[in-house]
Write a protein that binds this ligand. Structure first.
Ligand SMILES: O=C[C@H](O)COP(=O)(O)O
Length: 333
C-alpha cells in the first residue's frame, strides 16, 4: 500500500497546510504523572536502530519528502563570528532555499524554510532581510547555550528579542533542575519564560545530551509541556551529544502522551548534527509513524540545522539532473 506523499500531491503544499495549532496554554504541574514516567532504554534503542533500515522512500516520493523537509528547517547560524552580512546571506537562502530551475522542474516554486534561527544580536538584521517573506525569525534567548546567566537577565533577553521582532524564541532550560529532580523549579522557570515570550512561540531546548538519562529526558519533556512550551527541542547544537534517534523517540512519545491526555499538540524540533538528507528522511518517517502526518507540518515539526539544506539541495539536483554537484556549490546552507 502506498503510504508516502507523491510529488503531485506535494505540489499542493501551499494550499493544503492545515490551520496552525492553537498554542499550548499549559496545565498545572502534575507530579503523579511526572513520577509515573519511565523510559526503557533497551526497548527504545532497539526501536531506534530499526529506523532507517526498514523503509526508504525513493524517487519522486523521496523528492517530495525532501521538499517537505526544507519547509521544516529552522535555518540556523549560531556562531561567535556571526555578522549581519552572514545573516543577510542566510536569509536570502531561506527565501530561495533551492535553485529556481530545480524547484521549477520539481513543480514547487516558492517554497521557503520554516524559520531563520539566530542569536539575539542578529535578530534585527534577520527581521529586515526577511521582511515581506512570511518567514519568522527565531531567537535563541536566555543565555544560550548554557542558560546560566541571571534569571532576570534571561527573561529580559526574551523580551528584547520579541521587541526586536523575533516571532519564535528558543529558550534553554536549567539542566541542574532536571539533574537534581527539582521539577517544580523547572516548571516555574519554563512558565515564566513562556509568559515573557508573549505572543512569540516558545521552544524549550532540553539539552538532552546533558540530562543524564532517557527517563530524565521524558520527565523534562513532560514538565516543559505542562508549563506551556509550544515545541520541545533536543539540543543547542553545542553539547557533546545532540539530536539522536533514541532521544527523539522518548520526546515524541512524551508529545503523544501529552496530546492523548490534554488534546494539545506540541511541536518537536531535533537539532544539532543533522546534516544529511537521508537523516532528514528518517526523522520525517519517525514523525509519521509515531505521531501521524499532522506532525509533518512546519507548525509542529522543525529541524534545527545549519548545514542540512545543502545536502538536500544536492540530492534534489541529482533527482532532477541525474548528476551530483560538489558540496561547495551549495554554500551557506
Ligand atoms: O539549533 C540548531 C543547532 O544549533 C544547529 O546545529 P548544527 O550546526 O549541528 O546543524
Amino acid at each position: 500500500m502506498q503510504q508516502t506523499p507523491t510529488l503531485p500531491q506535494q505540489r499542493q503544499l501551499p494550499q493544503t497546510l492545515p490551520m496552525p495549532e492553537a498554542r499550548n496554554p499549559g496545565i498545572d504541574l502534575d507530579m503523579d504523572w511526572v513520577r509515573s514516567v519511565q523510559a526503557n532504554r533497551s526497548a527504545i534503542e532497539r526501536r531506534a536502530a530499526s529506523l532507517g533500515t526498514r523503509r526508504s522512500v525513493k524517487k519522486d516520493h523521496q523528492a517530495a519528502w525532501l521538499l517537505k523537509a526544507i519547509t521544516c528547517i529552522d535555518l540556523t547560524t549560531l556562531a561567535g563570528d556571526d555578522t549581519e552580512g552572514r545573516v543577510r546571506r542566510l536569509c536570502a537562502k531561506a527565501r530561495q532555499p533551492v535553485r529556481p530551475d530545480l524547484l521549477a522542474a520539481l513543480g514547487m516554486p516558492g517554497i521557503t524554510v520554516g524559520a531563520v534561527c539566530v542569536y539575539h544580536e542578529m535578530v534585527p538584521a534577520a527581521v529586515q532581510a526577511l521582511a515581506g517573506s512570511g518567514i519568522p525569525v527565531a531567537a535563541v534567548s536566555t543565555g544560550f547555550p548554557a542558560g546560566l546567566s541571571p534569571f532576570h537577565l534571561r527573561l529580559a533577553e526574551i523580551g528584547e528579542s520579541v521587541t526586536a521582532g523575533a516571532q519564535e524564541i528558543d529558550i534553554v532550560i536549567s539542566r541542574r533542575h532536571v539533574l537534581t529532580g527539582n521539577w517544580q523549579a523547572l516548571y516555574d522557570e519554563m512558565r515564566q519564560m513562556r509568559a515573557a515570550c508573549g505572543d512569540a512561540h516558545v521552544k524549550a531546548i532540553l539539552a538532552t545530551g546533558e540530562l543524564g538519562s532517557l527517563r530524565n529526558v521524558a520527565r523534562a519533556s513532560l514538565v516543559c509541556m505542562m508549563a506551556g512550551a509550544d515545541f520541545i527541542k533536543t539540543s543547542t547544537g553545542k553539547e557533546a551529544v545532540n539530536a539522536t534517534l533514541p532521544v527523539s523517540l522518548v520526546m515524541i512519545r512524551a508529545i503523544r502522551d501529552y496530546h492523548e491526555r490534554t488534546g494539545i499538540r506540541i511541536g518537536y524540533k531535533p537539532a544539532g548534527g543533522i546534516s544529511k538528507a537521508k537523516d532528514a528522511l528518517v526523522y520525517l518517517s519517525l514523525m509519521k509513524e509515531e505521531l501521524g502526518t499532522r506532525w509533518m507540518q512546519p507548525d509542529l515539526f522543525r529541524f534545527g540545522a545549519s548545514s542540512l539544506l545543502g545536502d538536500i539541495e544536492r540530492q534534489l539536483e541529482h533527482h532532477v539532473t541525474g548528476a551530483y554537484s560538489a558540496a561547495w556549490r551549495h554554500p551557506l546552507a
